[in-house]
Design a protein around this ligand. Structure first.
Ligand code: LMR
Length: 394
């Protein structure tokens, strides 16, 4: 059966983690996979999550099947959190999925069922798993200009010029906030202009939201998404609770569809049920139950928001400390872009040779293309990280 199995492709992010784990050097630093860590290098369980788990264990009465849509309270809580008071809210459905990857795949399958000839447009560059997921669903993929490697910011003019050429057979995948891998987000004006273009030319925006609260704040980070949900007849949304609730291993996410009418959204939901049934059937409940418990309890919601704010504050402090150290060690301001980026990632543009040298000579692990996870570093390591980056010619 497997004698002629083609060799599997290494995942560019997860393979870095495997190399890191196999490295016996004690001073190694992991700036690879997107995981938040505190100053002690731990990814803590949020207190709001711990309390929610205690509440759930105390009140749990059954572990029976829960249904194809997953946890109903979770689905409603996600709609409330993301879309309340937008015009699209009353025409939206949510379905719990195994992580945002599950949502991306399910929504890609939905697009392929509705319009097999659809083409999905991704930013250059985009999250490494976007293209494989879309293509696995049978969709074709193309790229719109996004990151300017010189300025380290989004080239919004070039992006909008390409998006203005798209029509009803096109889907435009946008990062809700804290763009992965670049850290460079589009302005609210760009969200508004893309919305106008979608209304005029008929392409479908698809927002992938994985880092809510890691940028400017829980509400600020979804301003563009909410603008779209208010104005557009149709919208797709995949979202992750991995980062914002620290529930990485629970694989908790949601697929959300805004339809032209609620009836159309419900038709999409029925199709999503069919797609889920022939794949994983039902998502695991525990992560979703935790999120529903936190968002359904005012005291836990406040605690969660405070903890999330502390995490984003820490990421901003790390960015500032990094820039200060680069400025001091290099006598140059060319790293100032690091404080303009949002969330946990920044794309530095390090070459393959530089990333290999960082790994082999300095035990510092970054993703190919030079994506660094700011949230993976400790303040005390910053002088050594900067020294190593400058030593490899950054
Ligand atoms: C990342 O980009 O590092 C994370 O989203 C983890 C993943 O699944 O790739």
């Amino acid at each position: 059966m497997f004698a002629n199995l083609p060799a599997a492709k290494d995942d560019p992010i997860l393979s870095i983690g495997m190399l890191f784990n196999a490295d016996s050097r004690e001073h190694k630093i992991d700036l690879g996979v997107g995981v938040y860590r505190n100053e002690q290098g731990q990814t803590p369980v949020m207190q709001a999550v711990t309390q929610a788990q205690q509440n759930l264990l105390a009140s749990q009465t059954t572990q029976a099947y829960i249904g194809l849509a997953g946890n109903a309270e979770f689905n409603q809580a996600m709609l409330d959190l993301l879309l309340s008071n937008t015009a699209g809210y009353s025409r939206a459905i949510a379905m719990q999925t195994p992580g945002a990857s599950g949502a991306l795949r399910l929504l890609a399958d939905l697009i392929a069922s509705a319009k097999p000839q659809a083409k999905v447009w991704l930013s250059t560059p985009s999250y490494v798993n976007h293209q494989p997921i879309m293509e696995a669903a049978g969709l074709s993929v193309d790229f719109y200009p996004y990151f300017n490697p010189e300025t380290k910011q989004v080239d919004e003019a070039a992006m909008l010029e390409q998006i203005a050429k798209l029509g009803p057979d096109d889907v435009v995948l946008l990062h809700g906030c804290c763009h992965n891998p670049t850290g460079a987000d589009i302005s609210l004006e760009a969200w508004q202009q893309i919305t106008e273009l979608a209304l005029k030319n008929g392409f479908l925006p698809f927002v992938d939201l994985a880092y809510q609260g890691f940028g400017q704040g829980i509400d600020e980070d979804i301003a563009g998404l909410r603008y779209m949900a208010d104005k557009l007849p149709e919208l797709l949304l995949s979202c992750s609770n991995s980062k914002s609730f620290g529930l990485y291993r629970e694989r908790c996410g949601a697929a959300i569809v805004i339809g032209e009418t609620l009836k159309q959204a419900n038709n999409a939901r029925a199709k999503l049920f069919e797609l889920a049934r022939r794949s994983y059937t039902m998502p695991p409940n525990w992560g979703a139950a935790i999120v529903a418990e936190v968002l359904g309890n005012a005291q836990l919601t406040q605690l969660w928001q405070d903890e999330l704010n502390q995490m984003s504050q820490r990421m901003r402090s790390l960015r500032q400390a990094l820039v200060d150290e680069f400025t001091q060690q290099s006598s140059s301001e060319r790293f100032n872009y690091l404080v303009q980026h949002q969330g946990m990632f920044s794309l530095t543009g390090f070459s393959q040779q530089q990333t290999e040298q960082l790994r082999e000579q300095h035990a510092i692990y970054v993703v190919g293309g030079g994506r660094i996870n700011i949230a993976g570093m400790a303040q005390q390591d910053i002088p050594r990280i900067v020294e190593a980056c400058l030593a490899v010619g950054a």
